[in-house]
Every structure is written in C-alpha cells, then in structure tokens.
Design a protein. Structure first.
Length: 256
C-alpha cells in the first residue's frame, strides 16, 4: 500500500509539473502581445531599406532604428512587416500591423483614416534631374516628362500642379527612367533624393521651396488606439529631446 501511495504522489507531481509547463506555454502568448508590429515599405532609403544586416532583421535605416528604440523603450520588441506603400494604411485599419513607420508625411487625407504621432522629421519634395537639365523651378516641369512614385506625396504635389506624369511602384524605378533618358525629372522626398543622386552618376537635385511645402514624417496608428499612440509619443519625445533622431539622420544620410 505504501508503494501505491508513493506512485500516486509521483503521478500527482508529474501532473502538477505538466500543468505548470502548460501555464508557461501560455506565457508565450503574453510575449507575443509584447511586440509592436510596424508596417513599412523598405524602398525608401535612408529611412527604410533592406540590408544584409539591418537593425531589425534585414531592415535598416533611420525609421527602423527609431522603431527598434520605441519598442525597447516600452519593454517590447519591434517586428517589421514589409509591404507596398499603398497597402500600409489599409493594413493598419485591418489590424495586420500595429503601427506604420515609413517616412510617411502627415496629410489631411491620411488623418481622416488614421491617427499620427508627434512628427519626428521635417522633409520637402525636391526634383531630381540630369546634371545638364534646364529645369530650375517647379513650373519648368510643365512640358517635361515627370516621374513620381505611386501614392507618395510627390505624386499628390504634381497632381495638384495640374501636370501630367507617370507613376512608378518604386523610387529606384523612377530614377532608372531618368537615368535612361525616358523621364526628365523625378519628384521625391529630399533625403531619399540625396541618396539616389549619390548612388547614380550625372544627377542633381533642384529645390523649389515656393512650390513644395515642408512635410512632417510621423508614425501612424489605427484611429483611436491611444494606448499605443501615447507610448509612441512619449518615446519619440525622448528621442527628439536626447538628439537621437538627429544622430540617426546624420548616421544614415549621405552628405550632399
Ligand atoms: N513622404 C512621402 C509620403 O508620405 C513618401 C514616403 C515613402 O515613400 N515611404 O508619401
């Protein structure tokens, strides 16, 4: 009988251990909650691009470093979901991603669909042209072949100016069109333009501050997700106050 009691106790201990293990297994669900899934379009250097060794997996750039720091600041990890720029806000509304960080400009139209964080970077649209181009201001584009990237604020600007244009899926595609002489000008964000000009021979940047207003980059969250927005805003404020965003911009940007 004694032996049977021992066996019974042993079985109970094993059962208890199994229960504990299950409880631990349940813990991993909690871990899953402790990540922020950021949507991006890793075609926008120096803010997001694919590298052999990035700051989050293969994803590197100013935004990726900011996403990583925001997650860490809140005791969480950052995960990247890479998709087309046009799909980002839809993915946010569908709950596929928690936030969008993509060099995304705050616009009145986007504000109708999502909420934006405190802005972390100021940019403007510029024109990339061949070095010998006569284009010196935005109105010079009127009779020229203009290339833009689909869904970017550059496309909206050119649309508002009433000029016809061709839109491309990627910045590199638009720039190739210019390099190959099939387009005369690419309208795109300033820091990204600098990167393309430094990567390709024979191109230059033309600015026109009267034609192109300054733009603010911010992180988007689903409308009403104040819990995450408050966390993101508190972290962005720290990163701005400590000069971290400026340091990252220096680190990743190309000298003009
Ligand atoms: N700033 C531009 C926009 O918001 C381009 C952003 C991007 O390509 N990632 O449309």
């Amino acid at each position: 009988m004694k032996k049977t009691a021992k066996i019974l106790v042993t079985l109970l201990v094993i059962a208890a251990m199994a229960f504990t293990l299950t409880a631990c297994g349940g813990g991993s669900d909690k871990q899953q909650e402790e990540k922020i899934v950021f949507g991006t379009n890793a075609e926008f250097p120096p803010f997001e691009f694919v590298a052999s060794e990035g700051v989050i997996g293969e994803f590197d750039g100013i935004d990726m470093a900011i996403a990583d720091l925001i997650a860490k600041d809140n005791g969480m990890t950052a995960e990247i979901s890479n998709m087309e720029f046009d799909s980002l806000l839809i993915a946010l509304e569908n709950g596929q991603v928690d936030a969008v960080i993509a060099g995304m400009t705050v616009t009145a139209e986007r504000l109708e669909a999502v909420d934006f964080s405190t802005p972390y970077y100021l940019a403007t649209q510029v024109m990339i042209v061949k070095e010998d181009s006569a284009i010196a201001k935005a109105t010079d584009m009127a009779d020229k072949k203009i290339a833009v990237i689909q869904g970017y604020t550059g496309e909206i600007c050119v649309q508002d100016m009433g000029y016809s244009y061709t839109s491309f899926k990627k910045g590199t595609d638009a720039v190739m069109e210019l390099v190959n002489g099939k387009a005369d000008v690419v309208v795109i964000d300033s820091a990204t333009a600098s990167k393309y000009v430094s990567d390709n021979e024979g191109l230059k940047i033309v600015e026109d501050s009267e034609a192109f207003a300054s733009e603010e980059y911010a992180i988007a969250v689903k409308k009403g997700n104040t819990e995450l927005l408050d966390k993101i805003n508190a972290s962005i404020q720290k990163l701005l106050d400590e000069g971290t965003v400026a340091e990252l911009a220096d680190k990743y940007s190309v000298a003009e």
